[in-house]
Design a protein around this ligand. Structure first.
Ligand SMILES: [Fe+2]
Length: 300
């Protein structure tokens, strides 16, 4: 049976049916169909997936080698490669692309709903390729020429003064090793050739610009990413899987569910080193992430 794809918006997102992700031995055509659906839609949602942690790792590995859970945060109990995205320890209510503070951020992230909230707790996903195309030509040319420094030791995930002990401990782990990397502001997607704004919550500054200019320019670019036309809003139910292309999207977990528990399990796929429109690759400035992730070869 061919897979069925129901689009969620003109720019990104689709609900996929007709695939049994719990099948241990999917046909190669199914994996190829999923890969091309991800290239086309950037974020794929699946209902009633019936996966455990090991099965989620197996599904993620359709797309390449999987990474360890996180460069600094320990894996969920009993796993090596699963990160618990747990409202008890952190709330990712910042626009970001996953783990962009390493030289080869994950190419794909998978999120599986374990505990969902009766209201709120949606995930927003934005199309950074659409954002790039929306830029006026002069801003596009400017973005093409810029590089940005990303780090894990910046505003993202810094706890509020009112943070609980669990949140403070999570943050202490998060910054227990410091990473800094220089990425192009515009990344060329290695499989589709599409250009996208590659910024988000871990960006500290644009290279070679005064801090204030850097902040203002980043805000301008980011406004294009988060235009409603570029964003979908996913309301979680239990037993769902989201697979998104971390090379050309940003996401945001809305903190609108009070103190209710919310738990997603995340498994990520090792990424390639980003390349800008001028062919220049990213470079690690501080820290060595090689024990977190292998560097993916770009598939033809
Ligand atoms: Fe994330």
């Amino acid at each position: 049976m061919p897979i069925t794809v129901h689009k969620l918006s003109s720019r990104l997102g689709a609900v996929v049916e007709g695939v049994d992700l719990s099948d241990d031995h999917p046909r190669p055509e199914v994996v190829a169909d999923l890969r091309s659906a991800l290239n086309a839609h950037k974020a794929l949602f699946f209902d009633d997936v019936n996966l455990n942690d090991a099965a989620q790792e197996r599904v993620a590995s359709f797309f390449g080698d999987i990474t360890r859970a996180h460069p600094t945060v320990p894996a969920a109990a009993g796993t090596r490669n699963v990160l618990a995205v747990d409202s008890e320890t952190s709330r990712s209510n910042q626009w970001h692309t996953d783990v962009t503070f390493v030289v080869n951020p994950p190419q794909v992230s998978t999120l599986r709903s374990v505990i969902t909230t009766p209201y709120g707790g949606e995930t927003l996903i934005a199309d950074s390729g659409g954002a790039y195309r929306d830029l006026p030509e002069s801003l596009r040319a400017l973005a093409d020429s810029l590089r940005a420094v990303h780090t894990n030791a910046y505003d993202y995930a810094r706890p509020q003064r009112s943070a609980t002990q669990a949140q403070q401990e999570h943050h202490r782990q998060f910054v227990s090793k410091i990473y800094e990397v220089e990425h192009p502001v515009v990344r060329v997607h290695p499989l589709t050739g599409e250009r996208g704004l590659f910024i988000g919550g871990f960006v500290r500054n644009l290279v070679g610009l005064p801090k204030s200019d850097s902040q203002e320019l980043l805000q301008i670019f980011q406004r294009y990413v988060t235009r409603p036309e570029n964003v979908i809003r996913w309301r979680w139910a239990p037993n769902q899987l989201l697979i998104f292309d971390n090379r050309i999207t940003q996401h945001y977990a809305i903190d609108n569910y009070d103190d209710l528990p919310r738990l997603l399990h995340r498994v990520t796929v090792a990424g390639d080193v980003p390349v800008g429109v001028d062919g220049r690759a990213s470079r690690q400035l501080v820290g060595d992430p090689s024990d977190y992730s292998v560097i993916a070869e770009v598939a033809a």
